[in-house]
Ligand binder design. Structure first.
Ligand code: PMV
Length: 329
């Protein structure tokens, strides 16, 4: 067993994962498609200890996690222990290069990095498909962060078949995700809690049907590198997902005034300035603007004039999780 450090990118979904068919294994209601991000990542060091530690020690962005806060990670370490048939305790240290409340999914990069680092530190060799299924158990979207570039997570029928795979490598298309942070307040309902509420919305079945129709359009738009074909589909899917959220019981309303201001602005820039940028939104108030690389500069210029914009984070298509020589402890 060897101390191991892995860096994994977060990802932004073009067709979202929202709602679970089986919450115990994070089996989704439909496929989803995402881009892995090169400038929003988690770095995680794992060391397994045979004796002398009573419980797992987990430090996240400099803070030691105790009890309930540690439980989701300890549960995931249990899954890794089960694969190895071992009873070791773990020392885990993890850092994000982006603020947790920035609207970038730290659970995707976090569980991808923890899975790969934990498995390798156990001395096990699992392929990316198996690692993707394991990461999914920690956080559904983490299954997609096991692969570089453009990725599809197949719904599947059970634990072994609900896995992600690469559609295209990063070099296929120089796309950008410009995260527009309009609020850094922590969200009151995590996505993990929200997935189980989707079924309470009268709009849920309609959103699943339209997401399924959107998949082939998104695949085709990525294949032909066509931003004006991709854009309308991702905007519709994000709005459909938020409609489900808003009409769940209890209702989830993630938007802030700044969210709507950015949505209106980007549509106006498209219409009046011919600026090809399109929005998507995860389970939070911040907006992700998707565009090609040469649109980033004029887009950032316009965003800097909006009072609601606190900061921006720009990412391109990123790599699969990779080993880092410098350990965090
Ligand atoms: O993996 P989770 O449980 O954090 O869910 C992710 C949900 C969304 O970010 C809203 C959509 C997605 O597909 O990433």
């Amino acid at each position: 067993m060897q101390k191991t450090t892995i860096r994994a990118g977060s990802n932004i979904a073009f067709i979202k994962y929202w709602g679970v068919a089986d919450a115990a294994i994070n089996l989704p209601l439909s496929n989803s498609i995402s881009m892995t991000l090169d400038n929003a990542h988690t770095t995680t060091t794992v060391e397994w200890v045979e004796r002398g530690l009573e419980r797992d020690e987990i430090i996240l962005d400099g803070k030691r996690l105790e009890n309930a806060a540690a439980a989701r990670l300890t549960d995931h370490l249990d899954r890794l222990r089960a694969v190895a048939g071992a009873d070791y305790r773990a020392r885990v240290m993890s850092v994000n290069n982006f603020p947790m409340a920035s609207g970038i999914a730290s659970s995707a990069s976090g569980f991808a990095a923890l899975t790969v680092a934990g498995v390798r530190a156990l001395g096990l060799e699992l392929d990316a498909t198996r690692l993707s299924a394991l990461a999914r158990r920690g956080s559904g979207s983490a299954s997609r962060s096991l692969f570089a570039g453009f990725v599809e997570w197949e719904r599947g029928a059970d634990d072994a078949t609900s896995i992600a795979r690469q559609l295209y490598p990063p070099a296929h298309w120089d796309l950008r995700d410009v995260v527009v942070v309009v609020s850094s307040a922590p969200k009151h309902v995590s996505s993990a809690g929200g997935h189980t509420l989707a079924a309470t919305s009268p709009l849920n079945q309609g959103r699943v049907t339209s997401a399924e129709a959107g998949l082939s359009q998104v695949r085709a738009a990525i294949r032909t590198r066509d931003i004006d074909r991709l854009g309308p589909v991702i905007e519709q899917d994000a709005l459909a997902m938020h409609s489900v959220m808003m009409t769940s019981t209890p209702s989830l309303l993630y938007w802030q005034p700044g969210t709507l201001e950015v949505l209106q602005a980007v549509r106006a820039w498209r219409e009046f300035d011919r600026l090809p940028a399109y929005f998507t939104i995860d389970a939070g108030p911040n907006v992700h603007l998707i565009c090609e690389a040469d649109t980033v500069t004029p887009l950032l210029e316009r965003l800097s004039a909006l009072a609601c914009v606190k900061r921006t984070i720009v990412s391109g298509p990123g790599p699969a999780p990779y080993a880092v020589d410098e350990h965090l402890f």
